[in-house]
Design a protein around this ligand. Structure first.
Ligand code: CUA
Length: 654
């Protein structure tokens, strides 16, 4: 028997088995005709291997069936969040965050404009973002499915998305810091959302010559206080800790026994700042001279008490615990970490802190208990130039494991002690045991992987089953679309000893930097806004909401107020008469309560396009600065008479 016939027999048996399983055994083990041979013919025609077919069976989600998990991926340069179903990898939604999003009508004329404007910085309109790390809200160290946070690396900002309607409700930012990266990370009960600066600068946006980098430039970790009941960050109750001018990077909060601490890795202990044309080494070579950088161990619970006691200085509106105060209050200690590391991840049991070397082939697993012992007994090997105590590596390390080239980020399995780490340079995922310090498996992915995520893989209770590799490059994986390629998310089955690559998903919208994945039944979105007239941004029935029969147009000193309803298939009123130069207020209530009975309202020449989900109320304000006839119409295909769902704004010349 040739290899080829062995393979086809085995395949036929597999297909027969699959078909038998699918048909409840009625077709038995027939290895010849019927559905089995049809599937085999299909496999041959499409050139599919057994592995392809098992991958397809593990991911294919039939029409009408829902996915088991939601993924919330950052939209990278898109400044938004992408919602993806797993295992089908179908895109379910783009949530407008820092960038206006026309389908949701986010930032196109209604109250959401004020949310986008919260993200402007120093009076400058900013309508894009480099979104990096989404974080789901947690209760007791587990995702609670209520809120999602996302950061902007470029213009340090944090946004709050409410997952009951998948809408961005708030953007906060502080001019204390000039850039960030280590955000968003939540404490185990979402008391705080953490945002840490990346590129040091004088705090509060001041100027200082770069030669004064060591003395004037600083980093900071901001603790944004989150009110879970109101679903909003409270800037007045937030605070920051000043940090030395290393480039602070990612962070992760302690869990269980290590709750109350946050761990943040850093690069550039060299404090290099470039200067290629000024005879200095480029930043990247200056910043990689030392073998060790510093893992920052910060007692945030104690820091909170220090802030509450008023031992802060207000800079750019933010209460800041100055570095000297942080030292006096024992809030901060360092542990050496090799070498220009990237990820820092606390294990689900809270006992270990995993740091990936990036320029080192190892992951280092630190023991929380050992770190605490060293701090409590004052056992430090040195101090950094800013007086911060440094614990000896040997006094903190649990184990080190050689995984491969360019280890970056780590996520965890439902199985005890099992972790997965991305290897950027190798383009692989490593599966390993952090208790015993043992490599278990490696899988090649396509191509250079950055973050990776497992199901609820950074909580106290990871769910296992799937891993998604967030790859930076796709090179040859998809039909070419010009020199700018999509990124590639690859879905991997981690339920067995050997990892299996299941699916490639192109993501053509910025570089989706990181993502989190949550069990679908934890997300409980509303179907319609209730009661009718609810304003999603106040979460109350809007004072300008109207009902059927109460529609009206009122002229006041400030302008023309139009109280409008939408229902399949008309707006009422459908004729609005104003005078050139009038300020116009459109208060529109979608009085529908049927699921998916969404309308849209667009007016030409005004950059207005709002979404009217059932029950929603929107307020639109503009100046009718040009005389003329402006049709307005519904932008959602809401009924057979959708085309007829239109009206006229008549702007009479002065
Ligand atoms: Cu309402 Cu189309």
């Amino acid at each position: 028997m040739t290899a080829r016939t062995t393979r086809s027999h085995r395949t036929l048996a597999l297909v027969a088995m699959l078909v038998a399983a699918a048909c409840g055994g009625r077709n038995g083990g027939s290895s010849g005709g019927g559905a089995g041979s049809d599937v085999l013919a299909l496999m041959n025609a499409r050139g599919l291997s057994e592995q392809d077919v098992t991958a397809a069976l593990k991911t294919y989600t039939p029409t009408g069936k829902h996915d088991e998990y939601y993924t919330f991926a950052s939209g990278g340069h898109g400044g938004n969040v992408i919602v993806i179903g797993v295992p089908s990898m179908r895109i379910l939604k783009y949530i407008g965050v820092f960038t206006p999003e026309p389908w949701q009508g986010f930032g196109y004329g209604d109250d959401s404009n004020a949310i986008v404007a919260q993200g402007f910085r120093g009076g400058k309109e900013i309508t894009w973002a480099d979104t990096h790390h989404p974080a789901l809200s947690e209760t007791g160290g587990e995702y609670d499915g209520r809120y999602l946070f996302i950061n902007d690396k470029c213009n340090p900002r944090v946004a709050v998305i409410d997952l009951h309607d998948f809408v961005t409700k708030q953007i906060v930012g502080s001019e204390l810091i000039a850039s960030e990266h280590g955000a968003t990370f939540v404490t185990p009960d979402t008391d705080y959302v953490i945002e840490t600066s990346q590129y040091p600068a004088p705090l509060g946006g001041a100027y200082a010559p770069i030669e004064e980098y060591d003395s004037k430039y600083r980093g900071a970790m901001i603790f944004w206080r989150f009110d879970k009941q109101k679903g909003r960050i409270v800037p007045a109750e937030s605070f920051a800790i000043e940090l030395p001018p290393y480039m602070q990077d990612l962070a992760d909060c302690g869990k269980k026994g290590s709750d109350g601490w946050v761990f943040c890795n850093s690069i550039n202990t060299e404090r290099a700042y470039g200067g290629i044309l000024e005879g200095k080494p480029p930043l990247e070579s200056g910043a990689t001279q030392n073998d060790m950088d510093y893992l920052h161990c910060i007692n945030w619970r104690a820091a909170e008490a220090v802030a509450k006691a008023g031992k802060t200085e207000t800079i750019a509106g933010m209460r800041v615990i100055r570095l000297q105060t942080a030292l006096d209050e024992n809030l901060l200690a360092f542990v050496p970490e090799p070498k220009s590391p990237h990820g820092v991840d606390v294990t689900p049991n809270g006992k270990f802190i995993v740091v990936s070397g990036k320029l080192d082939t190892h992951v280092s697993v630190y023991s929380f208990e050992k770190i605490m012992d060293a701090i409590k007994s004052g056992r430090f090997e040195s101090k950094d130039p800013y007086g911060i105590p440094v614990i000896g590596m040997k006094d903190a390390l649990h184990t080190q494991v050689q995984l491969g080239l360019g280890p970056l980020h780590t996520q965890f399995d439902a199985k005890e002690c099992v972790a997965y780490t991305s290897l950027y340079v190798d383009s692989m995922v490593a599966k390993w045991n952090f208790c015993e310090g043992k490599l278990l498996d490696k899988l090649a992915i396509h191509y250079n992987i950055g973050h990776l995520m497992t199901m609820e893989g950074d909580t106290t209770k990871p769910k296992g089953k799937y891993l998604v590799a967030l790859n930076k490059l796709s090179i040859d994986r998809f039909n070419p679309v010009g020199p700018l390629h999509p990124q590639n998310h690859q879905l991997i089955d981690i339920s067995n000893d050997k990892m299996q690559l299941l699916y490639d998903m192109p993501l053509p919208l910025g570089e989706p930097h990181n993502a989190q994945m949550v069990k679908a039944d934890k997300i409980k979105p509303i179907e319609v806004y209730k009661p009718i007239g609810l304003n999603p941004y106040t979460n109350e029935v809007d004072p300008h909401a109207t009902t059927t029969g109460k529609e009206r147009i009122e002229r006041t000193a400030e302008g023309v107020h139009v109280y409008m309803t939408s229902v399949r298939s008309h707006f009422s009123p459908d004729i609005v008469r104003v005078k050139e130069g009038d300020r116009v207020f459109l208060h529109v209530t979608n009085v529908e309560q049927a699921k998916d009975a969404t309308h849209g309202l667009a007016i030409g020449g005004q950059n207005i396009n709002v979404s009217l989900e059932p029950g929603k109320h929107v307020n639109i304000e503009f100046v009718a600065d040009k005389a003329g006839v402006f049709p307005f119409y519904c932008t959602e295909f809401c009924s057979a008479l959708h085309l007829e769902m239109a009206g006229y704004l008549l702007v009479e010349p002065k």
